[in-house]
Design a protein around this ligand. Structure first.
Ligand code: THU
Length: 303
């Protein structure tokens, strides 16, 4: 799978937390992937304070107050005309020096980032990621003027944030749910109880446990139980899986790695046993994988 290319031209009037650019680049690539944009894209991103954003808001939008984020698209979108649907519009914005299509300008007030993070009870990281993703979808033609548009924009934001690992569901919650599911394990032969909790890109959670059989080969692992439950209920895109066991860290078996790779080749895989935990990406656990696009070259798991 080709990783989307994204580039930020940063301008910082105020200090930003370490790792901000990497975090926001990861989010931006997830926005591009969610929208299906394959063209290399970029945006100007300025971090400022309430005083400056107040001035800009007054000057460009005639709104006389500070705000959290402002976005100024380069492409002349009409409402709900997204980048995925308007490649010609994007091509016109191509910057031949930077070799990217600049989507526009984003301005974020770090004063608002900090106060909103405290107000909503989440991290500065999540607030920064949310505001950037929100602004990027604005730059791709999304809006929230009516309920339908708002719902569509929220769904895209959620998808991108989940894919970037900035989901509302924390790793602790995923692990707790995997441990709960482990209690249902049917494992009279191995006595090795396993539970899993799979996070879908739309935010849904699917749990599973290992289910053994007197004919040992008929056994199903916890990960595949969760995966098959999810796919059978319409989920096809996944962000992370937590797997818990009582006796050791339960890195997924080869069959489960292959089964998960079918739908989520870049899945975050978190394993837990008691207080111990570890994480790897499925790409690392199954290098040079054989997936839906390998053999026939065109089937991507989407009808
Ligand atoms: N098991 C899982 O549930 N997940 C894995 O990835 C590894 C193995 C289960 C299958 C069987 O019920 C037990 O652990 C011992 O192999």
């Amino acid at each position: 799978m080709m990783e989307p290319v994204f580039h930020f031209e940063l301008d910082c009037d105020v200090p930003v937390p370490d790792g901000t650019e990497e975090l926001l680049l990861r989010c931006a690539r997830c926005c591009m992937r969610a929208e299906g944009v394959t063209l290399a894209c970029g945006a100007y991103l300025r971090f400022t304070d309430d005083e400056n954003i107040h001035q800009l808001n007054r000057e460009y939008r005639q709104v006389d107050r500070a705000t959290d984020v402002l976005s100024f698209p380069s492409a002349p979108f009409t409402p709900r005309q997204t980048a995925g649907l308007a490649p010609q519009l994007l091509h016109r914005e191509w910057d031949s020096d930077l070799r990217v299509c600049m989507l526009g300008d984003i301005v974020i007030s770090m004063d608002h980032v900090r106060s909103q993070a405290a107000e909503y009870g989440h991290s500065v990281t999540r607030e920064l990621a949310y505001l950037t993703v929100h602004a990027l979808f604005h730059l791709m033609g999304y809006d929230h003027m009516n309920d339908k548009d708002k719902e569509q924009m929220r769904a895209m934001e959620e998808k991108a944030l989940n894919a970037a690992g900035i989901s509302r569901v924390s790793d602790d919650e995923l692990i707790a749910k995997a441990k709960e599911a482990m209690q249902f394990s049917y494992s009279p032969y191995s006595k090795y109880k396993v539970g899993a909790c799979l996070l879908a890109a739309d935010g849904r959670l699917f749990t599973g446990c290992n289910i053994e059989n007197a004919s040992y080969g008929a056994t199903n692992c916890a990960e595949r139980t969760a995966l098959f439950k999810a796919v059978s209920e319409g989920a096809r895109e996944f962000v992370a899986i937590a797997i818990a066991a009582e006796k050791s860290l339960p890195w997924p078996c080869g069959i489960c790695r292959q089964a998960l790779n079918e739908f989520a080749p870049t899945l975050r895989v978190i394993v837990a046993c008691g207080d111990e935990r570890d994480e790897m990406n499925l790409q690392e656990l199954l290098p040079h994988s054989f997936g839906p696009s390998t053999g026939t070259g065109d089937y991507l798991g989407k009808d």
